[in-house]
Ligand binder design. Sequence first.
Ligand code: NAD
Length: 480
Amino acid sequence: MTARMLIDGDWTAAGDGRTFETFDPATGEAIETVPEATMDDVAAAVAAAKRAFSSPEWAQMQPAARARLLWRIADLLEEHAEELAELETRNQGQPLGVSSGISVPNAVEHFRYYAGWATKLHGVTVPLSIPGVDYRNRREPLGVCGLITPWNFPLMIAAWKLAPALVTGNTVVIKPAEQTPLSTIRLAEICLEAGVPPGVVNVVTGGPSVGQAIVRHPDVAKISFTGSTEVGREIAAEAGRRLARVSLELGGKAPSIVTPDVDIDAILEGNLMGGLLNCGQVCAAYTRFYVDHERADEFAEKIGAVASTMQLGHGLDPTTQLGPLVSAEQLERVDRYVQAGSSEGARLVTGGERVGGSLSGGYFFQPTVFAGVDDSMTIAREEIFGPVLSVIPYEDADTLASHANDTDYGLAAVIWSRDIGMANRLAHEIKAGTVWINLPPFLDAAAPWGGMKASGVGREMGWDAILAYTDTKSVWTSLT
Ligand code: NAD
């Protein structure tokens, strides 16, 4: 099968006919051929989005109609939920339980949530201290937005960006990750079917150079990027040169803090979900487990024992609890980190190897737990993005916030505690965009999401995303 890109309402191959293959990570087999966009294709997509931005049918669409349009996209996603979940699983690897229980419903909810804002995008009036002048402000769309997404939750993350971009009246050029383009292409089809005018949503496929071409294009007013911190820095520098707006959702190294009073058995499930959801390929994955030194080994043994019983397999198999990593490259990377953990002196409790046998064609890695880790080790410092959990013993609970903050990242953290005062003190002291207390890593369209420090700039979700896709215009009127 050969996929197509969406430019100006037409499904098209690359200008020079070049393509690349996309794989099923559970088998390593190519499942579809996808166009590798040329620079001219990107320019055509941006030009289409620019025209559509000022077209009467988009620019003058009434708020109630815009709300209905987004609601219709949500309805269609829901009607095709099963098909979308299977597609996401086949191309990304996540078990069906994750694609049908998290990825698709979360994408649907983003369109419904932002449909609700369409009729509530108000500005304010402010009493100025200048006689005879009336003042009001309004929120205006930015123009063409470049939405660049990663491979870990392709459909869901595209929805995080697309829903607020559309409800505020922008037009978009989306570039999905080269590893996982299929669900984004399907999302664009659904947008057209829902009645989104041609040119409002464009999709170009390909690798980093396609992303770069979007970032550098002078007619792209804003870049919303989710991906690695390394690429985020490059994008911020490029965007800075021409003063394009930018939102960056980058890497993480979330600490899971277990205070001394906790019942370890009661928190295993939440920690396993936090650490191993989507095979650990989650920016907010719980990776650094700080446990009191007297109980750290108990925690490591217990979480290791449950992790080692998890059923690995193809995501389409309903008994699968843990799918593959997304690519051969990611498998290599995880393997390298695990070797670094062992060679730097961490104690391997379980896992540590690629999976062979009937799964050897796919990119499977055993769920892995290390004990006796300290903050200086590579596995405690760098983002692994795989099923690798590091248990770090602490001596003194008063040092927990400084342990948690001993990282360049600041995306998320979790605190497990029966002491509500201590948990809230820690929540205030930890530098992270999100802190969960006694919870697995939940997300909600209404709750702003994003990172501090090297985990990003700006926030998605909630009203914050409305601000991120609009500018404030002040209108002053003489009353005389
Ligand atoms: P990546 O940075 O390699 O790629 C992300 C996207 O950017 C892809 O579409 C890629 O083609 C494109 N790209 C690569 N180089 C580019 C360049 N120079 N200019 C423009 N575009 C470019 O990231 P990845 O490996 O796909 O995803 C994993 C990373 O994403 C992890 O670091 C993870 O933490 C992060 N992530 C963050 C969040 C969040 O909400 N903060 C969510 C999911 C993933």
